[in-house]
Design a protein around this ligand. Structure first.
Ligand SMILES: [Zn+2]
Length: 307
């Protein structure tokens, strides 16, 4: 690993993170990410270029607008540092290869989608659809490592040269990953709608998983779907339990209800809270896709070793 290159990649990540903050704010509002220049949402003063320096700008101003002093969300700082960290992690993990470029692009898109979903519960087409195209395109440069590696060593001999078949199999796997990811979410959303009568997952999640599938291929897409469902369920159950315990305590303390009655009533209200609350599932899908491209393969090797 070249330390100078590592620092350069981290700083490049900070700059991309700064642009990503603009995307997270503007894309769900249907605004252009190019024009006009960034302005304070409070006083609409354009932000000076020296205040716009990633991380330092926010720290020097201590998270407030220079002009009107309204607070600027620490999200700006987090996204910049996280993008830098992901770029650096890609370089450390994959070295100076095309895979690093591919996963920097993928990590950039995922981070933008995770934060946009968390803030607005939207997953803009302007990120997911170009992401799907980029994922398919990258499969021709960096082999999507499962179907291709399984089928290539003599198991199936295609009537084309191995150079061509490598690219075709990789593209096929990326395409299959996109179809598997999108149809799973579409199916799960349809079942959820039938069972609960409310929309649990939107088309944004379907397109997000099509993009993830194109970048990761079939095997890691299934890994992402599975781990995101587990993480989402754990989060959902622990949220309901936390609400239940808190409301039971409050009922006993304030209304002096008997504990059994307080427990039952608190449970009813916690269940209502769960039903009315929209869980940003894209946050879990995006985070687990990120885990998948760093650790998915080692996890699956370990898991298959146990069987
Ligand atoms: Zn201001």
């Amino acid at each position: 690993m070249d330390p100078v290159l590592a620092v350069a990649i981290f700083v490049l990540g900070l700059a991309f993170g700064s642009f990503l903050n603009v995307c997270i704010y503007r894309l769900p509002r249907d605004l252009s990410v190019v024009r006009p220049r960034s302005a304070c949402p409070g006083c609409e003063q354009p932000i000076r270029s020296y205040d716009n320096i990633p991380v330092l700008g926010w720290l020097i101003l201590r998270g407030r607008c220079r002009n009107c002093k309204i607070p600027i969300s620490p999200r700006y700082l987090f996204v910049e540092i996280l993008t830098g960290a992901i770029f650096l992690a890609c370089y450390v993990h994959f070295g100076a290869t095309l895979a690093t470029l591919k996963y920097c692009v993928f990590g950039f898109l995922l981070l933008g989608l995770i934060f946009t979903d968390a803030e607005t519960q939207l997953l803009p087409d302007k990120m997911t659809l170009p992401g799907l195209a980029l994922g398919l395109g990258f499969s021709l440069l960096v082999p999507v490592n499962d179907l291709a590696s399984l089928l290539l060593p003599g198991v199936v001999s295609l009537p084309v040269s191995s150079e061509v078949s490598w690219h075709l199999l990789s593209l096929a796997d990326a395409g299959l990953g996109a179809v598997v990811g999108a149809s799973f979410i579409y199916g799960a959303g349809a079942i959820y709608l039938r069972a609960r009568g409310v929309e649990g997952m939107g088309f944004g999640d379907v397109k997000l998983m099509a993009m993830v599938g194109a970048f990761l291929g079939t095997k890691l897409t299934i890994f992402t779907l599975f781990t995101a469902s587990v993480a989402g369920s754990i989060f959902g159950v622990s949220t309901v339990l936390a609400i239940w315990i808190k409301r039971t305590r409050r009922r006993v303390a304030r209304n002096h209800e008997p504990v059994s009655l307080a427990r039952r009533r608190a449970w009813e209200s916690a269940a209502i809270a769960l039903r009315s609350h929209q869980m940003p599932f894209g946050v879990f899908l995006g985070s687990m896709a990120m885990v998948a491209f760093f650790y998915g393969n080692s996890f699956l090797h370990w898991y298959w070793g146990l069987l």
